[in-house]
Design a protein around this ligand. Structure first.
Ligand SMILES: *Cc1c(COP(=O)(O)O)cnc(C)c1O
Length: 345
């Protein structure tokens, strides 16, 4: 990492490695709006195969993937059930309402996990006064819950419920890679619990840009049109897809290292007197901690960490978040732990 700064703000801060940059420089490209970019096509087919779906679509961001998905799966006025801490509800600038014209119905989960009965209860009966419940959106791992894993069995129960009711399940799987690496559940097993899924290449996998939406042929065909409408039709974008392919090849097997390092950092925090761990031991690569003396103290802690070259982000009142990733090796982790101990003890 440059300048000796240990950047734990997010796993999006990773920079493309020399090998990834080489793959990008050498990528075979064409105009992808014409469907001519062979590297994009390879990436889309590869991710679709990994997730067990018909086809994939490369998009510039996870936000665009989510919003295109909602547009494909709904009509204006429909209702979409989601979890109240979900990305789609909190961090997409109100796009679900602005772009798809849908109403989000947030339910309070437990560490991001919704129970079948909760969803069953929230499904609207058929009545002229009511919106139509069209989609259930799940998030795995759940960012706001600190990278929490949505268990396969829970997803399966929800799939069974919604399947009978004609309601689609959409999985925001920005960090599904982390869930799979941690649990050993295959990506396509998770994806089988949803009609369509999106995954990010730009988080723990370390690519500079990109998400892939997967689903059946007709969904992806329509998603391709909405991607164009939203300004996401890109040209010689094989340069970016090559980074994604490189990431799939080289950076999935190592995700467990990030999880191990997050666990080590969490353990160190547990031993500190000025803070406590939120949500117990991390499921994946995020450590969330609460500074005991309140919000002002939390921002002081953040500043003190930064003064010692360790960067974290505020994560709600009195809370801070640290994320391990590709550019944090054992050396960086060791230094981060000693800084945390110095500041928090
Ligand atoms: C990061 C993230 C997104 C959005 O991805 P961007 O590429 O930043 O737009 C969507 N969902 C979840 C759960 C995320 O963590």
């Amino acid at each position: 990492m440059t300048d000796g700064v240990i950047d734990l703000r997010s796993d999006t801060v990773t920079r493309p490695s020399p090998g990834m940059r080489r793959a990008m420089a050498e990528a075979e490209v064409g105009d992808d709006v014409f469907g001519d970019d062979p590297t994009v096509k390879r990436l889309e087919a590869r991710v679709a195969a990994m997730l067990g779906k018909d086809r994939g679509l490369f998009l510039p961001s996870g936000t665009m993937a989510n919003e295109v998905a909602l547009r494909v799966l709904t009509q204006p006025g429909d209702e979409v059930i989601c979890e109240q801490g979900s990305h789609i509800y909190n961090y997409e600038v109100g796009a679900a309402a602005a772009l798809a014209g849908v109403q989000l119905r947030p339910l309070e989960g437990s560490r991001g996990v919704l129970r079948v009965e909760q969803i069953e209860h929230a499904i609207r009966p058929s009545d002229i006064h009511l919106p139509v419940t069209r989609v259930v959106c799940l998030e795995n791992t759940h960012t706001r819950a600190g990278g929490a894993i949505f268990p396969l069995e829970e997803m399966h129960g929800i799939r069974e419920l919604t399947g009978g009711a004609g309601i689609a399940v959409y999985l925001d799987g920005a960090r599904l890679w982390n869930a799979s690496a941690r649990t050993g559940v295959a990506l396509d097993e998770y994806a089988a619990q949803a009609d369509s899924v999106s995954v990010c290449l730009s988080k723990g996998l370390g690519a500079p840009v990109g998400s892939v939406f997967v689903g059946d042929h007709s969904m992806v065909e329509r998603a391709r049109r909405y991607r164009k409408m939203y300004g996401g039709g890109m040209r010689q974008v094989g340069i970016l897809a090559a980074a994604g392919l490189y990431a799939l090849e080289h950076n999935i097997a190592r995700l467990e290292e990030d999880h191990r390092r997050a666990a080590q950092l969490a353990e160190a925090v547990e031993g500190c007197s000025r803070a406590r761990l939120v949500g117990g031991k991390p499921d994946t690569n995020m450590v969330v901690l609460e500074v005991l003396d309140g919000p002002a103290e939390a921002s002081r802690v953040q500043e003190e960490l930064a003064a010692r070259s360790v960067l974290v982000v505020p994560f709600g009142a009195s809370q801070l978040r640290a994320v391990t990733h590709l550019d944090i090796g054992d050396g960086e982790l060791e230094k981060a732990i000693s800084v945390f101990r110095a500041v928090l003890s």
